[in-house]
Design a protein around this ligand. Structure first.
Ligand code: IMP
Length: 197
C-alpha cells in the first residue's frame, strides 16, 4: 500500500520508510506541483489535535488532485521535559529554531530531574476515515550535545534502553526500534491492516 507522507522534513520521511517498508508499505513524500504543500501548524495544546488539523488541511489540499484517493499520513511530535512541566511540548519546533539545543541545556542546568519523553501522533486518512496512533519514547536530557545522526533534539535525548547513548548516536534501526515515531507508525500499520479494511 502506498502512503503519501505530508511533511517537509526529509528525516521523518526516511525514518517512516525504514519503519514501514518492511511491513509492506511504500512511503513517498507528498508533493503537489513539485512542492511540499503549505500546511499551517495550529498553536494547540495537544499534538493529536495538531496532527488532525494538519491532516484535514492535507485532505482539502488534495481534493480534486491526482492524490484525492490516496492514503495521506501526517505526524506531529515533540519533546516533553518533566521538570519543565512538559515544555517545549507542542512548541518544540519553535523552541528548536529559536533557543536550540544549547538553550534547552541552559534551561536544564543544575536540574537533577532530567526525565523527558518524545511523543508522536501519526494520523492517516484512509477511505474517508481519519485514523490516529500515538507513540512515546521515555528517556533523559543529556548534560551535553552528543552525536551527529538523526535530527532535531536527538543529540540531547538519551532514550531508555540505549546504554547512555543519545538518539544521535544510535543507528537508524536502533532509533526506530524504540522511538516515538516507530511506535506511532507501527500502530498506524496495524490500523491499516485490520481485516475490515
Ligand atoms: P514536528 O512534528 O515537525 O512539529 O516536530 C517538532 C519538533 O520536534 C521539531 O523541532 C523536530 O525536530 C523535533 N523532533 C520530532 N521528532 C524528533 C525526533 O525523532 N528526534 C529529535 N527531534 C525530533
Amino acid at each position: 500500500m502506498r502512503v503519501r507522507f505530508v511533511t517537509g522534513n526529509q528525516n521523518k520521511v526516511t525514518e517512516a520508510s525504514d519503519i514501514l517498508s518492511p511491513l509492506g508499505f511504500v512511503i513517498e513524500q507528498l508533493l503537489i506541483g513539485g512542492k511540499v504543500p503549505d500546511i499551517i501548524e495550529p498553536q494547540a495544546e495537544g499534538i493529536e489535535e495538531i496532527a488532525r488539523s494538519k491532516l484535514e488541511q492535507a485532505i482539502s489540499l488534495t481534493t480534486g488532485t491526482e492524490f484525492e484517493n490516496e492514503v495521506l499520513l501526517v505526524e506531529d511530535s515533540g519533546l516533553f521535559i518533566d521538570s519543565l512541566s512538559g515544555f517545549p511540548g507542542p512548541y518544540s519546533s519553535f523552541v528548536h529554531e529559536t533557543i536550540g539545543l544549547a538553550g534547552i541545556l541552559t534551561l536544564m542546568s543544575g536540574q537533577t530531574d532530567r526525565d523527558a519523553e518524545f511523543r508522536a501522533v501519526s494520523a492517516v486518512s484512509f477511505q474517508g476515515n481519519i485514523l490516529t496512533s500515538a507513540g512515546v519514547c521515555r528517556g533523559v536530557i543529556s548534560e551535553n550535545i552528543c552525536g551527529n545522526l538523526g535530527f532535531g533534539y536527538d543529540p540531547i535525548f538519551i532514550p531508555e534502553g540505549a546504554n547512555g547513548r543519545t538518539c544521535a548516536q544510535l543507528s537508524p534501526n536502533e532509533k526506530s526500534a524504540i522511538s516515538h515515531r516507530g511506535f506511532a507508525l507501527k500502530g498506524v500499520s496495524e490500523l491499516l491492516n485490520l481485516p475490515s479494511r
